[in-house]
Design a protein around this ligand. Sequence first.
Ligand code: FHN
Length: 442
Amino acid sequence: MKSVLKHYFLLWVCIISTDVLVLADDSIKSQLEWWRASRFGMFIHWGPVSLSGHEIGWSRGDQVPIDIYDNLYKDFNPTNFNAEQWVKLAKNAGMKYLVFTSRHHDGFFMWDTELSDYNIMHTPFKRDVLKELADACKKHDLVFCIYFSILDWKHPDYPLGSPGGRTKKPNSDMDRYYKFLEAQIKELFRKYGPFGVVWFDGEWEAPWTDQYATNLYRLVKSLQPTVLVNNRVGKGRQGMDGITVPGQLGGDFDTPEQRIGRFNIDRPWESCITLCNQWSWKPNDQLKSLKECIHTLVKTTGGDGNLLLNIGPMPTGEIEPRQAIRLLEIGDWLEKYGESIYATRGGPFKPNSFMASTRKDNIIYLHILNWPTNADFISIPKLPTKITKISALTGGSPQLTESVDSLKIQIGQQFRHTIDTIIKLQINRSALEIQPIDLPEK
Ligand code: FHN
């Protein structure tokens, strides 16, 4: 009799635990919904280093001597900073969330912290940038998120220094540093939360361990269960491809950097890419063209990822006018064609060199980014479903010819756009049910 009861008890435990796992999985899926539907966010790297025009964190002890770098804050007075202007620009660019460097690898606190004097309130500016940005985001309905560097090349308790973690500190204490890190996270949530995302970075150096990572992830989720956390909280990120090694703590999404992530509809991901070359302000930096920005956005979305596009504001507190203009041009494009980006999923056709596709409900959007030269039509594999209507978001009347195994789409030359020709296919079922389809290169 006992063994029967024991088996029923074990069966009950399995059912309960499965439900809990499913529940946990479902809550993550619902938290991700706003983020995935957003598809496009603003990344901002800013701090006293903008006075030097060199890269935040990495130039400390390299292009900028440490004692100079660490005293830049004494001259940091961005009196033209206006959080509402930044937030309105992000909104007008079509961005739905904003990720701001609360503290980068250089250890400077861009918020009014009680934990260190090396902070924004001890500059001539004396204003809490993080609070002003959080308030502006709330006022204008932009989701506020923070970037937070796990490493700190300045703090004496963190074992490695700069440049680039290549130096060791004499009397470091990583356990004491971790407690200091936890205190910062608790203060951030208490004073400026809730956040959409905590965007961790700086996890790759040896002092950071799986145990610290697990503890930090648990702390963040205990402070705000609905917050999203990227995979850089853990040690499992594979370099700049940003993919999490199976079995490693991966947070809620992967983080390809300075590249468009690979097509993946099973694991959420977000490409972080700079609008210029440098993450923080650099005079006369190379600015990406509108075509490159739109292609990057379309190909990340076509791969089922988000795009976090970075700007580095000037030491005056302003965003460089030519960068602002580029962002507004992206916003104009999204104003016209955003239905093919927002709340879509990638596919079913995987991106290739000349096109990408997005989908929602019973609609598939074909983004033809580089119309094949001297070709009046494009040819793609046949869909496993009936096409009930074809149209073009970007104008003209496309013609569809279906053969046994392919679709041929023609449209007048005057409607083949240099940036993106968007063909809209209405089908007789949910577009999300269609299995991903590889596209031949030509
Ligand atoms: O070292 C940082 C770098 O400065 C920048 O913050 C990027 C943004 O993702 N992350 C690190 C480089 O991978």
